[in-house]
Ligand binder design. Sequence first.
Ligand SMILES: [Zn+2]
Length: 186
Amino acid sequence: MGRISDLVEELQGPANDLVLAAGRAGLLPRITSTIRSNSEQRRLYNRYLAGQAGYPVAPPGYSAHEYGLAFDMVVSPMEALADVGYTWQQWGGGWNGADAVHFELPGASEYAREQGRLLEVQSDSAGATAAGFITTATDFYLGSNVAGLLKLIPGLSKNEALTVLSSPYESFQQWLISSIKLPSFR
Ligand SMILES: [Zn+2]
C-alpha cells in the first residue's frame, strides 16, 4: 500500500513517470508499497524470516522504504519488470533484478543500511557505551587529537590515526562505527 505522494519529493516525479510509461506500454502497473513504518517493516521482515515472502526483505531500520526513498511496483506480465527496471536505470534510478519490484533513488539501499547500523549502535545494549564513545571520538576528530585517538583505540598506529583524523567527517564516522564493532566493544 501507500501513495507516491508519501515518498520524498525528488522521487515523486520519476515514480509517476514510470507508472505512466508502464501504463502506456500496456503493462497494467500497480504500486504495491511506498513508505513503511518501522513496525510495518518489522512485520514484513518476520514474514520473510518465516519463509512467507517471495522476495527479499530488509530488517527494520535497514529498508529504503522506511526513509521514503523507494517504491515497489508490479506489472503484468511480471517478466516485463526487467524492461521497466532497465528504463528506471536509464533514468538514473536504482534497480536490481534480484528484487525486481523495487525501484529506488540511486544509493538509497546503501543509505538505509548505514542508517540502520547507526540506529542499532544507538539502541542495543552496548548503545550507551557506543554513543558515549562516538561523542568522545568526535571530540578527538574536532580537535585533531592524535594522542587521544591512540589512547582510545589501542593497536592503532600513529599513521593510521593521522589518516583517520584527516579524512572527511563522514568517513571518520563510518570508520568509527566499524571500529566499535570490534569484539572488545561487544
Ligand atoms: Zn521495495
